[in-house]
Design a protein around this ligand. Structure first.
Ligand SMILES: [Zn+2]
Length: 266
């Protein structure tokens, strides 16, 4: 029964992530009255407001075979993907940590990073509000629940909050510095400001020492994403933010498999 209720919550959060992904860029760019809750969800093609049945995550999509029930316009597969991924990751996190604050905060962090990843991938856009929320949640997770850095901060005999702060500074300043050098020679920005803050946020979460590893995985991921995008568009921009988040997920996966330290010893 627990799992059933949790699954519904995860699916709803997945559905809300779609709202964030589609509305945040519109709220930023258009002057029309639009916010996260207004106007109600509608078909992008015929603008028909979705019925309550269609709003049910996963089921609404499947019941209509992924089409709008008014005009038969094909609804993007991404909606279904957002919901399914939120369900799978949510169940895995709560299975691993049990029903606890750590599970809750890990899940919030996952959702924030997921939304940032897709936004940067699709629109090269990392909203400041989400970035700041990510930093804030990361700090709280470390200060009160020792999510990532409790061992390291006690090894150096400093408080988790201070250790997180160092992580932020190292993350933010390292990318800022790379950009400053790039700008000095080319007179234009190479890395977006959102990327500095995002990497600072990842530093807040995992502390300064593993950041180079995340940057390495992140750069490789960015390169793969760039090559994927290159096929579709002529843009020369690289979504570094998406890459960094993929790099972070790779790091988390490896550290939970206890492979990170072996990797560093090698
Ligand atoms: Zn329609």
């Amino acid at each position: 029964m627990h799992e059933f209720i949790l699954s519904i919550v995860f699916l709803s959060i997945g559905s809300f992530s779609s709202v964030l992904i589609y509305r945040l860029p519109l709220m930023e760019s258009s002057k029309k009255e639009i916010n996260l809750f207004y106007p109600r969800s509608h078909c992008p093609q015929c603008k028909h407001t979705l019925s309550n049945k269609n709003l049910i995550p996963l089921i609404g999509y499947l019941l209509n075979y992924g089409k709008c029930s008014f005009c038969n316009h094909k609804i993007s597969f991404i909606y279904l993907m957002n919901e399914a991924i939120h369900l799978l990751v949510g169940l895995s996190i709560f299975h691993y940590f049990g029903f606890s604050e750590i599970a809750l905060f890990s899940y919030i962090i996952f959702t924030l990073l997921y939304v940032l990843l897709i936004l940067d991938f699709k629109f090269f856009y990392l909203p400041l509000s989400l970035n700041i929320l990510f930093i804030f949640i990361s700090l709280i997770s470390n200060m009160f629940f020792g999510l990532f850095i409790s061992e390291q901060s006690s090894y150096f005999n400093i408080t988790p909050a201070l250790y997180s702060f160092y992580g932020f500074m190292v993350g933010f300043l390292s990318l800022w510095l790379v950009n400053a050098v790039y700008k000095f020679f080319t007179k234009k920005d190479g890395i977006g400001g959102g990327d500095f803050i995002l990497f600072g946020g990842i530093g807040t979460l995992i502390g300064p020492f593993y950041l180079p590893l995340v940057l390495l995985f992140g750069s490789l991921s960015s390169l793969i994403i760039y090559l994927m995008l290159k096929k579709k568009s002529t843009s020369d921009e690289i979504p570094l933010g998406s890459g960094l988040i993929c790099g972070f997920f790779v790091y988390v996966f490896l550290s939970f498999c206890e492979l990170i330290d072996n990797l560093i010893v090698l």
